[in-house]
Design a binder for this molecule. Structure first.
Ligand SMILES: NC(=O)c1ccc[n+]([C@@H]2O[C@H](COP(=O)([O-])OP(=O)(O)OC[C@H]3O[C@@H](n4cnc5c(N)ncnc54)[C@H](OP(=O)(O)O)[C@@H]3O)[C@@H](O)[C@H]2O)c1
Length: 322
């Protein structure tokens, strides 16, 4: 089948190892097949091509963690990308041996993908294929950061770092819909303006001093914004961290963390129940994911190049059928 896969890895030139071509992986016994109608790109795909989180001995590996599609019996589904290990019965995100699609098992940037039967949820017809394909990674992660890791409540103020990103735009939309005061930062004037259109109450240059300190910060940028995130929190506030695009080893600033009773809450993806909940939230509020563009499988290279350049607002969707 046609798919986009990592053939080799290069930390400096991730696109060098990308191939769009034919690969026919073996379907794990007992898993269900999903014919992919739409998948979406994530920074995760670039990490895999750089050799982060995907051991070289698992190559070639089909990329992609997000998909919406159709089971062989015609049921329309959204794929849950967190695959627990054999025999794990607790929360799947806390399984130390869990993997995401494309880390051990073939990913979603393909005509077909296979998952355990528990790893699909019914797709709500209110969402388009492209919109539904944005949910399993970026929207699930943002939902969990806001309402679980940071425990935000209506009326509180949240700062979203790096407003243009897939997770960040999700956090802006979901935070606004949940009655939060939403502030964000971005490196570019255009993405700050777009964030305001999406519902952010205010948008600041990266690193700018805020009018007041906030209840929580949504952090996926990492080194470039970490010290600003800690400085921006009120005493007792929480930084929910799910990513480190610009680097993962910033100064910890521990004295600020303990003197001001800050909480650092790490989180990855979310549970199947939270995937159902974020879809319900979109349906109930009328909020829809921000789709930057829709491309065919042959467009994956150009789309990932844009993502590597930080030149995307929202999600790039891949539709294998176009
Ligand atoms: N733990 C999890 O479950 C999970 C889930 C999803 C994503 N992630 C991680 O979260 C991060 C964001 O993912 P994504 O898919 O939303 O990525 P993305 O769409 O590529 O967004 C990255 C954003 O980071 C911002 N940024 C600010 N300063 C930057 C700098 N110096 N270098 C690079 N980027 C900078 C950019 O915002 P501006 O241009 O607006 O400033 C950019 O839009 C990635 O590292 C990803 O691996 C983790």
């Amino acid at each position: 089948m046609r798919c986009a896969f990592a053939r080799s890895q290069d930390p400096a030139d991730p696109l060098a190892g990308l191939t769009v071509g034919e690969l026919d992986p073996e379907a794990p016994a007992g898993w269900v097949a999903v014919t992919v109608r739409a998948a979406s790109l994530n920074h995760h795909d670039l990490w895999s091509l750089r050799g982060v989180g995907l051991p070289a001995d698992r190559l070639p590996m089909i990329l992609g963690t997000d998909a919406a599609g159709v089971l062989d019996d015609g049921t329309e589904v959204v794929v849950h990308a967190v695959i627990p290990s054999e025999g794990w019965y607790g929360e799947e995100t806390l399984d130390p041996r869990r993997t995401l699609l494309s880390e051990r098992y073939p990913g979603t940037l393909a005509e077909r993908v296979w998952v355990p039967a528990r790893n699909v949820v019914a797709k709500d017809p209110a969402l388009s294929w492209a919109e539904a394909a944005c949910l399993p990674t970026a929207y699930l992660t943002a939902y969990r950061m806001l309402f679980d890791a940071a425990g935000l409540r209506p009326g509180q103020t949240v700062l979203v770092q790096g407003a243009g990103g897939g997770v960040a735009t999700a956090a802006i939309l979901l935070g606004r819909a949940a009655g939060l005061r939403v502030w964000c930062t971005s490196r570019t004037e255009a993405r700050r303006a777009r964030a305001l259109e999406l519902g952010a109450h205010d948008a600041f240059e990266t690193g700018a001093r805020l009018p007041e300190q906030v209840d929580a910060v949504m952090e996926t940028v990492g080194e470039a914004t970490w010290s600003h995130s800690l400085r921006s929190l009120r005493p007792g506030g929480t930084v929910a961290v799910a990513g480190a695009t610009s680097g993962a080893m910033p100064p910890a600033d521990l004295s600020r963390v303990f003197f001001r009773s800050l909480r650092v809450a790490g989180t990855t993806m979310g549970t199947r129940e939270q995937l159902v909940a974020v879809q319900q939230m979109l349906v109930a509020t009328g909020v829809r994911p921000v789709v930057d563009s829709v491309v065919p499988l042959d467009g994956v290279r150009g789309a990932l190049a844009r993502m590597a350049d930080g030149d995307v607002t929202g999600k790039i969707v891949v539709e294998p059928g176009i």
